[in-house]
Design a protein around this ligand. Structure first.
Ligand SMILES: NC(=O)c1ccc[n+]([C@@H]2O[C@H](COP(=O)([O-])OP(=O)(O)OC[C@H]3O[C@@H](n4cnc5c(N)ncnc54)[C@H](OP(=O)(O)O)[C@@H]3O)[C@@H](O)[C@H]2O)c1
Length: 278
């Protein structure tokens, strides 16, 4: 990803949705709904993030709203004491943090929680209809000018919305993070992929194993079997073959190891086409 950090990003990122909570859906927006977040097993999760990093994964995908606005703190504890220059930390602005005058304060809070003084990438989490996401862009521009943020990105944006974001920004649009995997390609269709390629916009693929659904698909299972691989590896390998950057969330050591092994799996053109058709 071409940010001002100028860092090499590992092809497989570290997802953090669900970190710090057993039931993240219940936690979403908990602050606003006045409910107590349900916390997960932080020590194990911290261990998992640190293990992923020791295995070479340097791209950590955060968002301010994960875990009811708490997950960033857990990530901060996981990366405490590590060499910051080796890490590529991305965070996302939630809809309550995009209007004029709110981005700087939000980023300062993110930095405090994460224990760092800059973000490698800052996303607008979604193009909400009920939040003025466009207002975030000049504010992100300023933070990039100051080096506090090193790259501008969007998430869940269509081609038209990316074009609008590019018109409004003085900086390059580095990435678009979308729901993309072998079973779900609605957003990242042909036009979308072509536009991103032509404009050098990285496609960061969230839910790369479709929250384990890929494990139950027969075609994926068959391809896995004939390659002596697992279904998760086939799903991740397919995304890599598409030029996307998958960011699986994996807290079990065996899942982390398994996902990284996907880098050694070479699917044939035929297999890729079979997966394209799913
Ligand atoms: N921008 C957005 O709007 C948006 C939306 C959703 C997600 N995201 C980002 O994308 C990341 C990934 O998406 P996700 O967490 O929703 O879904 P996911 O990565 O597709 O699935 C995560 C689940 O799959 C399991 N898993 C991981 N590797 C596995 C393997 N090799 N075999 C079997 N199970 C495996 C994990 O288990 P264990 O944890 O037990 O290992 C976890 O339960 C998120 O964490 C978040 O950072 C962004």
């Amino acid at each position: 990803m071409k940010t001002k950090s100028n860092k090499a990003v590992h092809p497989i990122g570290i997802g953090t949705w669900g970190i710090s909570s057993f039931n993240n859906t219940a936690n979403a927006d908990s602050k606003y709904r006045g409910v107590e977040p349900v916390y997960g097993n932080e020590e194990e999760e911290i261990e998992a993030i640190r293990y992923s990093i020791t295995q070479g994964q340097n791209h950590i995908d955060c968002a301010e709203m994960y875990g009811g606005f708490y997950t960033d703190e857990v990530v901060g504890r996981a990366i405490a004491g590590l060499n910051r220059t080796d890490l590529f930390v991305a965070d996302k602005l939630w809809k309550t943090s995009v209007s004029t005058g709110t981005v700087r304060g939000t980023v300062e809070k993110m930095l405090k929680k994460l224990g760092t003084d800059y973000l490698d990438l800052l996303y607008i989490h979604a193009p909400w209809e009920d939040a003025p996401w466009e207002e975030a862009i000049p504010q992100i521009d300023e933070l990039i000018d100051e080096g506090i943020v090193r790259g501008f990105a969007v998430s869940n944006f269509t081609v038209e919305q990316m074009q609008r974001a590019m018109e409004l920004s003085r900086h390059t649009l580095v990435a678009n993070q979308v729901h993309y995997n072998a079973l779900y390609k609605d957003e990242a269709d042909e036009t979308f992929v072509k536009f991103c390629q032509e404009n050098d916009i990285a496609i960061v693929a969230y839910r790369p194993v479709e929250r384990q659904e890929v494990l139950h698909n027969e075609t994926i299972q068959q391809i896995a079997k004939s390659n002596d691989a697992t279904s998760a590896q086939v799903a991740i390998s397919w995304l890599l073959a598409k030029g996307a950057l998958p960011i699986p969330k994996a807290t079990k050591k065996e899942h982390i190891d398994e996902n990284l092994e996907a880098l050694n799996l070479q699917l044939t053109t035929e297999e890729i086409e079979q997966l394209d058709r799913l």
